[in-house]
Design a protein around this ligand. Structure first.
Ligand SMILES: Cc1cc2nc3c(=O)[nH]c(=O)nc-3n(C[C@H](O)[C@H](O)[C@H](O)COP(=O)(O)O)c2cc1C
Length: 218
């Protein structure tokens, strides 16, 4: 039986575009692979403890019998996160663009994961697995946009999960999600709607393809 690990990170639980894209992806994945299991981690509503990363890094070069109780807890949490990712066949990561980068909760998750030796860039535990990344951006960052190149989230996530962990990456991104909210962006509402519809189609298509591949291999 195959497993999809869904990781959300929007701080919103209502009206969240990245969560809606992830819902679409899960629905498509399950309809192509009904026997599959979906495991969830919600970094948006349940961020990891901010101090865990420094504690786990500090523990790395110390003998285990000298670790403090909080270091044991941090290392155990990193192991749980790594187990979760390694035991999944597919990662679905839903990430809003915050301040031109990934949510701090996603950075904290990745940093803590990498304290586990099995999830180091170049390690074989994740190589060949798939990651579907669904992204919501309030503005527009395409060719010719004033802020083209300011999205430092997508390239970073591709770098870590693709180049670093050797996963096969697909991306579905909705842009201009703030067009209906920010009066100065009102003329972009139509483009935002197009982008949203395309992102849902792409999320569903990628998820279906990934699930069909797993289903065929099962
Ligand atoms: C604190 C914060 C920072 C944001 N920073 C950016 C940004 O740098 N660039 C951008 O295009 N949109 C930015 N946005 C808008 C979000 O990317 C947009 O609302 C997106 O749809 C949020 O994801 P969600 O709909 O899943 O909650 C920001 C939103 C918040 C709340």
């Amino acid at each position: 039986m195959s497993t999809l690990l869904r990781v959300d990170s929007s701080i919103r639980t209502t009206g969240s575009v990245s969560r809606a894209l992830a819902d679409t992806a899960v629905e498509a994945w399950l309809s192509a692979h009904p026997a599959g299991t979906v495991v969830r981690r919600d970094l948006g509503t349940n961020p990891l403890p901010a101090e865990a990363w420094a504690l786990a890094v500090g523990a790395e070069h110390l003998p285990q019998d000298t670790w403090s109780p909080t270091q044991h807890e941090a290392v155990a949490l990193a192991r749980t996160l790594a187990d979760e990712l390694i035991s999944a066949d597919t990662l679905l990561l839903a990430a809003p663009l915050y301040n031109f980068g990934v949510p701090a909760s996603v950075k904290a998750w990745i940093d803590l994961l990498i304290t586990d030796t099995r999830v180091r860039p170049g390690s074989a535990h994740l190589a060949g697995k798939s990651a579907l990344i669904v992204i919501a951006r309030g503005g527009g960052y395409g060719e010719g946009a004033p802020r083209h190149g300011w999205d430092h989230s997508t390239a970073y996530l591709r770098r870590i999960f693709g180049d670093g962990f050797g996963m096969e990456i697909s991306v579905a991104a909705a842009e201009l999600t703030l067009a209906g909210v920010v009066p100065a962006m009102s003329e972009l509402i139509g483009l935002g709607e197009q982008s949203l519809a395309a992102a849902h189609s792409e999320a569903a298509m990628h998820a279906r393809n990934l699930a069909e591949r797993l289903h065929a291999a099962a």
